[in-house]
Design a protein around this ligand. Structure first.
Ligand SMILES: [Zn+2]
Length: 676
């Protein structure tokens, strides 16, 4: 689900400038570039052969230039207009955009010296960027802009900027600002302490070989008993998940689950209370009722009351479907223990796996045969081309590794964006899947540039990897199609952060569609994936979705409740138990303290709702394709123009409404969940 956006102080989309040379151009992958309509030799991109010392020099020099540009903005005493303030600000953005590349290079460049240099440069840049958000002089300039006569988008740009200044406290008097600074420092330290206590607390359960029935042989081989016959199982994921999924022994699963749910205890109980109290104090100092109100200001959801309503609606709607999932699991548990009354948290994954194997028998080996990497990539390109009326052609340019391919998106023969795909694993490369905006497009001035990094095999892929490919490619397409505005702050993916996942989540639907799959998913003999197999995959797809979503709603409610209650009245355990009763499919497990190891309570704070919220938007957006056809190019064009093409020039609710012809509603998501 990752989309790497670098900036937090403002939406300014600083990206890579035309820079470097195209010497040593890499050859496009012949398997996907056969008989290309065209090849782009555009000079664009980056000089990946630049040695570390030159990169350092470039980084320093660019920062120096940007700093002097910013000093001039702060010192400017001319009349504050959009042109005089944002014109200069965007000029600084043009200087800095080449630096955006370092965030990408520190994760994917094969040369350790370059990665280190890029990391140091990214840090320097982040420090400078946070200083901009705290500049009183810059705030005064923006606040002085007369917004009469501006377009709605330009007014939105100024409003957003002023809001983010308010959130940083820069509009307050000196004494308050000192207090804000001190509080922020404390919050960061407490948050680090909270995270560290989780990271460093590995717990163990001691057991014996006869309790490991059901676990795969490689797991048993890696867990040999010591001289006393004792086997230690840790709470780390590679140890934990196989036991929870495959281990027949209920006591072992229970003990391990209990150990995992007490990580960070007891110390994080106090740390978390401190974190919540300091954040509450900060929010009140900045004029908000609580921290949830502060962190939802500027989001599509707007405020904690809306978040509460949303979570409640979804939580209630999926109850029946979640109970259906649970009753299937309970029935299965009765074959093991006829006296069982409820499915417990440590039984859910194990029972789901049993039922999945017994009732949804899907042979993943058979599924993989239809997903060779090259065919999948070509299939995703073809889908993009046919839906959106564009062409994807190889782009001959320098890259950082022989596995990396480079591409240009064209429309009516004109380049509208370029991107790199770095799709296969290698040592020292980023381990997950993510999209980087290397440059946002600016109307009439520059086309967008993106980088995608994943760790897929070069041969056969799992279906969930194909889904991830399309998801990340969805972020990439969002960047390609959103370079429509003239100002950095409202172009590219600069809309509300709780919207950003929705386009990618929606695109995942196509990878479950028979017609789409049969257009590219063929086995070695060239036979398309059978309809019965796709049907089977779709049946298995939604088993336990309601139950798992209920658990997500429970987590989101914890996140919301902890940060929207007066800390003086907040009893962490009582609140957890009440929310668990109301939302979770499983009863509370005595003696455990989930919040002490729920790391997102630091990172996401109150906003864990985001994933569910954007799923609800994705489902609503998809409803038009569902009604009018997944191959309907008219709908796709409207989607591209009205939703993706709006970039950040309008509130997300407005462009979603423009596409749907009615306001966004959570009903489609609720219907989906309640009819499972
Ligand atoms: Zn994502």
């Amino acid at each position: 689900m990752l989309n790497r956006n670098v900036f937090t102080f403002t939406a300014i989309a600083i990206a890579l400038a035309l820079s470097g040379c195209a010497k040593d151009a890499s050859t496009p992958d012949p398997s996907v570039a056969e008989a290309p309509a065209a090849v782009s030799t555009a000079v664009d991109g980056w000089d990946y052969s630049m040695p570390a010392d030159q990169l350092t020099a470039l980084c320093d020099q660019t920062l120096e230039t940007a700093k002097s540009q910013f000093a001039a903005i702060e010192a400017d005493t001319s009349e504050a207009t959009l042109e005089s303030v944002y014109g200069a600000y965007d000029d600084m953005g043009r200087t800095l955009q080449k630096m955006q590349h370092v965030w990408h290079m520190k994760s994917v460049h094969p040369d350790a010296a370059i990665r280190d240099t890029a990391t140091a440069c990214a840090q320097q840049y982040s420090d400078f960027a946070s200083g901009i958000g705290l500049s009183r002089a810059f705030y005064n300039r923006v606040a002085a802009i007369d917004t009469v006569g501006l377009t709605e988008s330009e007014r939105l740009m100024v409003t957003n900027q002023l809001r983010s200044f308010r959130q940083s406290g820069v509009d307050k008097d000196e004494a308050t600002r000192d207090k804000v600074r001190a509080l922020r420092k404390e919050i960061t330290e407490i948050g680090n302490r909270f995270d560290q206590a989780i990271r460093e607390d590995t717990r163990y359960v001691e057991t014996t070989a006869d309790a490991l029935g059901g676990l795969p042989q490689d797991y048993l081989d890696a867990h040999q008993p010591d001289e006393n016959g004792v086997i230690r199982i840790s709470t780390d994921y590679p140890d934990y998940f196989p036991v929870m999924r495959y281990g027949h022994n209920d006591d072992l699963r229970k003990a391990l689950s209990e150990a995992r749910l007490t990580i960070g205890s007891p110390q994080n109980g106090e740390t978390l209370k401190e974190l919540i109290a300091k954040r509450h104090e900060l929010a009140q100092l900045l004029g908000y009722e609580n921290f949830a109100a502060y962190s939802m200001d500027g989001m599509m959801i707007e405020n904690p009351a809306n978040a509460k309503t949303f979570l409640d609606e979804v939580g209630v709607a999926l109850k029946k479907a979640a109970e259906k999932d649970l009753s299937i699991l309970l029935e299965r548990q009765h074959q093991i223990d006829p006296t069982a009354e409820r499915v417990q948290v440590w039984q859910s994954s194990y029972l789901s796996n049993l039922v999945r194997e017994e009732q949804y028998a899907l042979d993943s080996k058979q599924v993989r045969e239809y997903f060779a990497f090259d065919k999948v990539q070509q299939g995703i390109f073809d889908l993009t081309e046919s839906l959106f009326g564009v062409e994807i052609v190889p782009w001959q340019t320098q890259t950082w590794h022989e596995d990396v391919t480079a591409w240009e998106v064209r429309e009516n023969g004109e380049a509208i964006g370029r991107f790199y795909l770095d799709m296969h694993p290698r040592e020292n490369k980023y381990k997950h899947a993510a999209h980087w905006t290397l440059r946002s497009g600016l109307k009439g001035e520059q086309v967008p540039l993106s980088g995608l990094a994943t760790n897929f095999p070069k041969g056969l892929m799992e279906h969930n990897q194909v889904e991830t490919f399309l998801h990340e490619f969805g972020h990439l397409l969002h960047n390609m199609f959103s370079g429509t505005q003239e100002w950095f702050d409202i172009t590219g993916m600069s809309m509300e952060r709780d919207f950003v996942e929705a386009p990618s989540q929606m695109l995942e639907e196509w990878i479950w569609d028979l017609e789409t799959l049969q257009s590219f998913a063929t086995n070695a003999e060239g036979q398309p994936i059978p309809a019965e197999l796709v049907e089977k995959m779709n049946r298995a797809r939604y088993f336990t979705t309601a139950m798992n979503t209920a658990q997500q709603i429970f987590y989101a409610n914890i996140s919301l409740a902890f940060y929207s209650t007066d800390p003086a009245e907040l009893d962490l355990l009582a609140s957890l138990q009440a929310l668990q009763d109301k939302y979770s499919p499983y009863p509370y497990m005595e003696g455990t303290y989930f919040y002490n190891n729920f790391g997102h309570l630091n990172g996401y704070s109150s906003n864990y709702y985001i994933y569910q919220w954007s799923l609800a938007i994705a489902t609503d957006l998809f409803s038009r394709f569902e009604e009018e056809g997944m191959r309907n190019t008219k709908v796709a064009k409207e989607y591209r123009d009205l939703v993706l093409g709006s970039a950040g020039s309008k509130p997300a609710a407005q462009f979603v409404e423009a596409f749907l012809g009615r306001p966004f509603s959570t009903q489609a998501y609720i219907d989906l969940l309640s009819n499972l």
